[in-house]
Design a protein around this ligand. Structure first.
Ligand code: SF4
Length: 374
């Protein structure tokens, strides 16, 4: 199971919290696509015989592209790689950039999963985040996606906004589950360095949500969604049975993937590399028929173990038996006291050598990882 990620580095405008590489002042989409196709071709020389089971168009705002541009990219991928019989093909869509007709065309071009950047159903929140859409457009986008024939619809929500309360969060979640969604990603607002949001905090224009309230909100989200038919399969991700994002599971299980587009990351057989993160260096490398790779690293055994512990805890649990076999080392013995304590305090369960976090444990994932010995 390998995946292909395509990074579309354009947005209509920047959201206050965003630190992804995306440009709000560049509309040369066709030029970008011509370079992207070149990158796909360069990769196909090496990976043509591999089997890919997921394609993910992310960004940025992939839905800023019109249907024919998206179709061109997908056709090139189809031509360049071997795809499994029914690959999961996802596009990230932002309300305000699509209508039912455009979404139907996406569906007809082979996209079978849609991830909508709703973030909130409250106008006040959306304004604060500097999103381009309002709550009515968010609702319409979900309806349009369903009417366009998408059965596998996911939405993103953000919680722990400075203006949010448990009651407005509940309102958001209640609206979310009123639609036949198959997947919800709910992230707490992170204040990333070098964003307008970080400046607002520095200048005391806003106060971040206190940690205790953020933890309460996270617990509320987990309880609400799990009581309403969603299974939590990763700290921030919830799905109806069988609708977990295969592409994201690939990342978390250390499966291979190729990333195309500026700033995209790739991972293949424990080697990771990442692309240059400006569009002009991206173009310049490809102009010289070179992959636009900025740097790479071969993961050391310690890095692999650390990542397996961290990602395992966030996603489905740490399979110690598998790790013992993989590294020919006993990971249970040096950790058994800590494991027993976690189970005793109801932070985790430990069955068949798999350590899984409980809702209470998910609230302190990072702390738990730091306590495990490698
Ligand atoms: S739409 Fe997404 S990628 Fe674009 S600025 Fe907003 S958060 Fe960033």
């Amino acid at each position: 199971m390998a995946g292909i990620y395509i990074h579309i580095p354009f947005c209509q405008r920047k959201c206050v919290y965003c630190d992804f590489y995306s440009l709000a002042d560049n509309k040369d989409f066709d030029i970008f696509i011509s370079f992207l196709l070149k990158e796909i071709n360069l990769y196909s020389e090496k990976y043509r015989d591999e089997n890919f089971s997921t394609i993910y168009l992310g960004g940025g705002t992939p839905s800023i592209l019109d249907q024919s541009q998206v179709e061109t990219i997908l056709k090139e991928i189809n031509k360049s790689f071997q795809l499994s019989t029914s690959p999961e093909v996802t596009i990230e869509v932002n309300p305000g950039t699509v209508n039912e007709k455009k979404l139907k065309a996406y569906r007809n071009s082979g996209i079978n999963r849609i991830s909508i950047g709703v973030q909130s159903f409250m106008d006040e929140d959306l304004k604060f985040l500097n999103r381009i859409h309002n709550s009515e457009e968010a609702r319409k986008c979900i309806i349009d996606a369903l009417n366009a024939g998408f059965e596998n619809v996911s939405i993103d929500l953000i919680y722990a906004l400075p203006t949010q309360t448990i009651s407005t969060l509940e309102n958001n979640l209640t609206q979310a589950i009123s639609y036949p969604l198959k997947h919800i990603s709910a992230y707490s607002l992170i204040i990333e360095q070098n964003t307008p949001l970080a400046s607002m905090v520095r200048e005391s224009k806003i106060k971040p949500v206190p940690e205790e309230l953020e933890a309460m909100m996270m617990e509320f989200v987990i309880n609400f969604l799990t009581q309403n038919g969603f299974k939590q399969y990763e700290v921030s991700n919830f799905a109806k049975s069988g609708y977990e994002s295969k592409h994201n599971l690939n990342y978390w299980n250390h499966s291979n993937y190729i990333g195309c587009g500026p700033s995209a990351h790739s991972f293949w057989n424990w080697k990771r590399w990442w692309n240059v993160d400006t569009i002009f260096s991206y173009y310049s490398r490809l102009n010289n028929n070179l992959l636009p790779v900025a740097d790479s690293e071969e993961l050391t055994e310690t890095q692999i173990i650390n990542e397996m512990l961290f990602l395992g805890l966030r996603n489905g649990g740490i399979d110690f038996k598998k790790m013992n076999k993989m590294f020919n080392k006993d990971f249970i013995k040096p950790n058994i006291e800590e494991i027993n304590k976690l189970v005793e305090d109801n932070f985790a369960t430990f069955e068949q050598n798999i350590l899984r976090l409980t809702t209470k444990g998910y609230l302190i994932t990072d702390e738990i990882v730091s306590k495990l010995a490698i």
